[in-house]
Write a protein of this length. Structure first.
Length: 297
C-alpha cells in the first residue's frame, strides 16, 4: 500500500516509517525542511515536500496514496487552539481525498484527559476541555460513513527510547539538572503511562494493516508509573537529591510541564493488545532512564 506519513522525520514518525517499510508498504514521508527531507530519505522512504498549513499541497500528495498516517502536529502550548485548527484542516483534507476508497486514515492523539480514578480504556472519551485536539479525534472516528477507515491512536504522554526524545522525561531531566533536585509534585503517587517508541511504531503499522474503521487504540506499554519513581530514577542517574514540590509551585518549578505533571492519568491497552495481537517488547521507562538515554543536556 502507498502510505503518506506526516511527521515522518519525528520521534514517533521516523520509527513508524521504518515499521511500515518493513511490512512491505511504499511510504511517502512529508518533510517541511531540508533537514527533515534528509532524515526521511535516510529511512528509505520517498520524500515529499510540504507543510500541514498548505492544504492544497496536502490534497495533491494525498491523491497519490492509498492511506495516510497523520502524526505531524504543531506542539506549541502557547497557541493550542491554532495548532488544533491546523490539525483539523489537514485531517479534513485527507478525509476528502480518501472518501469512498476505504483507505486508512490514522490520526494521533493522547491518553491524557481520560476519566480520573482508574486506568482509562479505549472505550473512554477524553474530556474536550483538556485539549482542543480532542474534537479532531472524534471527527476521525466518524469517517466510516464516508468510506474512510478512520482510526485514532492515543499515545502515552511519555514515548521514550534511546536518542532524540525531547518529550516530558527529557524536560524533567533538564529541569532536575538546572534546579539541582529531581522533583515530583505532592506525594508523587499520581501515575503516568509510558511506551517505548519502537513499540508505539509497531502499533501504528498493525493499525494500518488490521484495525477496523472507528477504532481507538492505546499505545501504552506501562499503565501507570508513579511520578515519584520517575523522579527517583532521574535523581539516581544524575546523582541529585529527590524532593517533593508543592502543588502551588508546579508552574514555577516545572514550567509548562507543571500543568500536566500532577495529573493521575493511568491508561490501559488491554483492548488494543487483544484486537491487534500487539505485545510491547522493548525496555521500560525506568530502564531507559537508568541506561542514560535522558542526560538532560
Amino acid at each position: 500500500m502507498r502510505i503518506l506519513v506526516t511527521g515522518a522525520s519525528g520521534w514517533i514518525g521516523s520509527a513508524s516509517v521504518s515499521e511500515l517499510l518493513a511490512a512491505g508498504h511504499h511510504v511517502l514521508g512529508l518533510a517541511r525542511s531540508d533537514e527533515a527531507a534528509t532524515k526521511v530519505a535516510a529511512l528509505g522512504a520517498e520524500v515529499v515536500r510540504g507543510t500541514l498549513e498548505d492544504l492544497e499541497g496536502l490534497r495533491v500528495i494525498a491523491a497519490e496514496v492509498e492511506g495516510v498516517v497523520h502524526l505531524g502536529y504543531v506542539h506549541d502550548f502557547s497557541k493550542m487552539d491554532v495548532a488544533a485548527r491546523t490539525d483539523r484542516a489537514a485531517i479534513e483534507t485527507f478525509a476528502d481525498v480518501l472518501a469512498g476508497t476505504g483507505g486508512p486514515l490514522l490520526v494521533a492523539s493522547g491518553t491524557l484527559g481520560l476519566p480520573p480514578g482508574r486506568a482509562g480504556t479505549e472505550r473512554d472519551r477524553p474530556d474536550p476541555a483538556v485539549h482542543p485536539r480532542t474534537a479532531n479525534a472524534a471527527y476521525t472516528l466518524g469517517l466510516a460513513d464516508r468510506g474512510v477507515r478512520g482510526m485514532v491512536v492515543r499515545f502515552a504522554p511519555t514515548v521514550h527510547g534511546a536518542g532524540g526524545d525531547h518529550g516530558f522525561v527529557a524536560v524533567l531531566s533538564r529541569i532536575a539538572r538546572e534546579r539541582g533536585v529531581s522533583g515530583f509534585l505532592g506525594e508523587g503517587l499520581n501515575r503516568w503511562p509510558a511506551v517505548h517508541r519502537l513499540d508505539a511504531a509497531k502499533l501504528v503499522q498493525l493499525a494500518v494493516d488490521k484495525a477496523p474503521a472507528g477504532t481507538v487504540l492505546h499505545a501504552v506499554a506501562e499503565e501507570g508509573i508513579p511520578t515519584r519513581d520517575i523522579a527517583e530514577a532521574i535523581g539516581r542517574f544524575h546523582g541529585l537529591p529527590v524532593g517533593s514540590i508543592p502543588m502551588d509551585a508546579a508552574k514555577a518549578h516545572f514550567d509548562w510541564l507543571g500543568m500536566f505533571f500532577g495529573a493521575d492519568a493511568p491508561a490501559s491497552s488491554a483492548i488494543t493488545r487483544e484486537l491487534l495481537d500487539w505485545e510491547p517488547t522493548h525496555p521500560a521507562l525506568l530502564v531507559d532512564i537508568a541506561a542514560g538515554h535522558y542526560p538532560g543536556m
